[in-house]
Design a protein around this ligand. Structure first.
Ligand SMILES: Cc1cc2nc3c(=O)[nH]c(=O)nc-3n(C[C@H](O)[C@H](O)[C@H](O)COP(=O)(O)OP(=O)(O)OC[C@H]3O[C@@H](n4cnc5c(N)ncnc54)[C@H](O)[C@@H]3O)c2cc1C
Length: 412
């Protein structure tokens, strides 16, 4: 199979599927021909055992999914966040004073975010992509060769097929082989922390409340899912996280009870336990010749504010604007003009968001008594200032900065 398309998207996970839909989906008025490549078959991604994660989808990301024909397939699986609380405590069992509270009064334009399990998002995006006549799948074999030339980009699949296009959008994850092949370096560091992810059923309703409990070993988040269930994202020092992953179930549930406290009643694990090594990395360039990096290929964040995929969607939406605008003018889709517009649009937002997440993780992990006092006083002050809280809420909803069309709910 040797074939040519307008764009090759490498990676058919969350960001790659979103990129394929944004460029060549059924809702796009002037769709481009997209070939979507993945080493694995994305149909396997819809199983809960694959990923175990749930994602907080911001208000603008939800608008993008509406525009792409994805949201109506998953909205019944999404839980709106009606309230968010943030606490800061030294030990898991300690009484946890609420330092920051976002209620309906702080979310003027509707809920800041919806929680949804990744398996439902994968399934809905894949179903939509499979129905587009402009998206071709080349899955089940890894890309083994990359060729970025001034005239054309090409990849070679493990089976020997060569695919050619004007532009490659690499959504091939944090170890991005495309980024490596283009010689793009990463700036950042691993944390000595793992994100422990699981789904928990509880006796009492959460009423849409999301909780983020900062502890010295990392944040412990309880995020509402439909029914009396919550998704747990528990950042713990790597050694302790590994121990938690291996604890017998009753002992693990006992640790959960200690950290949940009594307000949700009895808690029970209803999924497998997954562990993700945490890190902060940003690519030192977002583009190379005929190459644009999107999603985790370009940046990996601490998950404490649930922003990683939302940031990836902002990449996808910005790239779609740059590429569709070039196509409308009959320009080369992989030209330097298109790529430098994309890179300058995304770089500042990414670097500032990654630095803010890194700073928060360090600030809350610090046990120095003076700093703890200052941090708590600072949070309480923010809580009393309606204006500042509204700014934080609109940041979390993804509403700040210059928004590409898809994040405004429009397609090209
Ligand atoms: C614990 C945790 C909780 C999180 N919670 C949130 C949240 O609430 N909200 C949020 O916005 N974000 C969240 N994130 C971040 C989010 O999950 C990631 O940003 C997102 O999953 C990255 O998706 P991706 O498609 O960029 O990369 P990946 O999921 O890594 O996919 C990369 C794809 O590329 C393919 N690939 C790789 N190499 C090749 C090759 N050579 N050839 C072909 N295919 C290849 C792989 O098979 C894979 O399918 C969280 C992250 C963690 C760790």
């Amino acid at each position: 199979m040797d074939q040519r398309s307008d764009i090759i998207v490498i990676g058919a996970a969350l960001n790659g599927l979103a990129a394929a839909l944004a460029l060549g989906g059924r809702r796009v008025r002037r769709p481009l021909d997209v070939t979507l490549v993945d080493a694995r078959d994305p149909r396997g991604f819809a199983s809960n055992a694959f990923d175990g994660r749930a994602t907080a989808i911001s208000a603008t990301a939800r608008r993008m999914f509406e525009a792409l024909g994805v949201w109506d397939k998953v909205s019944h699986e999404a839980e709106p966040m009606a309230e968010i609380i943030v606490t800061d405590s030294a030990t898991p069992g300690e009484a946890r004073p609420v330092l920051l509270h976002f209620g309906p009064e702080d979310m003027a334009g509707g809920p800041t975010a919806h929680m949804i399990e990744n398996r439902f998002l994968y399934a809905a995006m894949l179903a939509e992509a499979e129905q587009s006549p402009h998206i071709r799948f080349a899955v089940g074999q890894p890309v083994e060769g990359f060729h970025f030339a001034p005239g054309l980009a090409a990849v070679t699949l493990a089976g020997g097929a060569e695919l050619r296009a004007e532009l490659i959008a690499a959504a091939d994850g944090r170890n991005s082989p495309a980024r490596e092949a283009a010689g793009i370096k990463l700036v950042g560091w691993p944390y000595d922390q793992m994100g422990l992810v699981a789904t928990v059923a509880h006796e009492l309703p959460h009423r849409g409340r999301a909780e983020e409990h900062f502890t010295p070993s990392g944040p412990f988040a309880i995020l509402p899912l439909p029914g009396n269930r919550s998704s747990l994202v528990w950042s713990e020092r790597t050694e302790d996280a590994r121990r938690m992953l291996e604890l017998p179930l009753p002992a693990f549930e006992e640790e959960l009870r200690l950290r949940f406290g009594p307000h949700l009643g009895a808690v029970k694990l209803v999924s497998g336990r997954h562990g993700y090594p945490l890190a902060m990395y940003v690519a030192d360039r977002f583009t190379g010749p005929r190459l644009a990096l999107v999603g985790d290929a370009a940046h990996v964040l601490h998950p404490l504010a649930g922003l990683g995929f939302n940031l990836g969607l902002r990449d996808v939406a910005a790239l779609a604007d740059c590429v569709h605008d070039a196509a409308a003018l009959g320009l080369d889709l992989g030209s330097e003009t298109v790529l430098s517009r994309y890179a300058s649009w995304r770089r500042f937002d990414t670097v500032t968001t990654a630095a803010a997440m890194d700073g928060m993780n360090r600030l809350f992990a610090n046990t120095n008594p003076a700093l703890t006092l200052l941090r708590r006083a600072g949070l309480m002050a923010v809580n009393r200032m309606g204006g500042l809280k509204a700014v934080f809420a609109s940041q979390a909803a993804g509403q700040s900065g210059g928004l590409p069309r898809l994040l405004r709910g429009e397609t090209a």
